[in-house]
Design a protein around this ligand. Sequence first.
Ligand code: SF4
Length: 137
Amino acid sequence: MKLSALDSGEPCLKHNCALCCHETKMYLTWLDINRIVKLGYSLRSFAERSEGIWRLKNIGGRCFFLEGSKCKIYKFRPYGCRLYPLVYDQEMKRAKLDNLCPHKEEFIVQGDDLRRLIFVLKILSMGNVFKKSSYIL
Ligand code: SF4
């Protein structure tokens, strides 16, 4: 089986899958929020705060940005979406490929992916603090 880089999206396209964009709980770092707000979206149109962090909002059970089976902001999507199905398991205290992805065996995790995940976790552990004034609310 050909393995694909996490951010290639190849298995997703091959299987026409957008499962992880349904009932998403994807976290947003302040870098993600800044990037998306700059596209012209207001923060509260695409995000909501739960469990102390900003997450992508679902509309009718689907990610706000999901259009058909495509992401409307694919080039600008959050870091968590670029890394998925690589996630950090809080209980096991290690990175793993998420069992919820039906095609996780088709992805390959490379050194850079783990570094990127650690970077994102560091930003989130800073409390997702951001200057509200830099957002269009
Ligand atoms: S669930 Fe897995 S295969 Fe499906 S869209 Fe998400 S990452 Fe891609």
